[in-house]
Design a protein around this ligand. Sequence first.
Ligand code: B12
Length: 379
Amino acid sequence: MRRGAPRRMKIVSFSRERGAPEGTVVLGVMDGPWTIGSRIVAAVLETHDFKVVHAGSDIASEHMVTQAVAARADVVAVGSYLSYKLNQVKELDERLAKAGLRNKIRLILSGPAGSKRVAEEYGADSYARDAEEVLEQCRAFMSGKKAEMTARRRVMTALELQPPDGVSLVAFSMTFSAKHADIEFSDYVSQAEAMAEAEIKACRRFGWDNVCNSTDVAIFAQSVGAEVYMPEDDIPRIIKPAIYPFDKELFKRITDYGAPVLIHCCGNVPQCIPFAPAVNPGGAIQFDYQVKLKWAKELIGDKMTIMSNLDCNQVLQLGLKEDVLEARRRAIQDAAPGGGFWLSGGCEIPRDMPYENMEAMLKAIKEYGRYPIVTESMS
Ligand code: B12
């Protein structure tokens, strides 16, 4: 350094000549000018082979995130001094999440305004009282990280029927991912790039181990000739279904033989309802509890028999008998008048449904299911 030249304190410091660092830690103070605490932490971490990037003091959360991205940080540690500015920690937590980093990075809160409770409340992963605790937590996090399987390995190990290091969340997600990425659902289901972008964004934001791709049933139907209306940001609707001649022929033969045919539509698939009468004229259809019974009755109630639609899980199996009675009463009121209605669960009767719930179903039939159905007395 030339004599007389201004002396500059080097605060971003990493000049190790030994092996790879233990991990990279970004340090910063967002709520004011304090520097002493973070310098001490930096010194302790560097002595123990961590790479330290000092993002600075009195800085915005945005700046912390930029530094974390640039440094490919493993840990972001902040010192908080002013209790009334703790919201900056929450803001940092959210910005890291938005940048898709939150699941990879450990966010440590330290400084005199912090505590365990504060860390939890404002979205940090932990609170460290002093430099020593910061070091301990960075070490623990890095050793856990190094021992972890990769996300792919974790998913594949489970698929090979072996125990991985932890359970994977395999999110079968479509509308959720599109909404999160701010992508119109019509684009999501019709453009591969849009779907990929949405899935990757959601995967990064929530830390899923993989993406699980599928598209809407209407798009599958479209590919075999159905006419589909695609609202900009809602699920596609099948306007004119592609009805397979084979299905129609099969159903006709069974009917001619003398047995009515029952179509079972599992799950939330209201798309099946409008075209069911054309596939199975004079037959029956069963659909699950998510589909609105009243709507289906109005739409197809004069063309085929509806068999529906109690929630097999929450009501029949897990509900109290009062829940069963009430749900049955409503179902009868919505769909029984005029005939064309069979009572049933939305799907298979659960194996472990309590007998008293089965008895409650039958009791409701006796009580409310006598024709002509008196709807007034049931409301
Ligand atoms: C020194 C000091 C200052 C100096 C800071 C100089 C500097 N370059 O750092 C100056 C004079 C600038 C200052 C200013 C202010 N200060 Co002041 N300051 C202090 C003081 C006396 C010591 C803080 C300190 O550095 N301690 C030394 C460190 C090493 O100790 P430590 O905190 O225990 O640090 C450990 C951990 O907390 C943690 N840690 C700390 N920082 C960090 C950072 C990171 C990244 C990590 C990971 C960990 C970590 O690790 C450290 C090592 O183990 C405290 C009082 C106190 N006793 O704490 C008040 C104090 C923090 N200041 C306070 C206030 C209010 C102010 C002002 C807002 C006052 C004002 N109205 O002007 C101003 C700031 C104005 C502004 N511009 O924003 C209050 C905060 C009250 C509160 N909780 O809300 C305190 C508590 C004083 C008080 N009792 O009122 N301050």
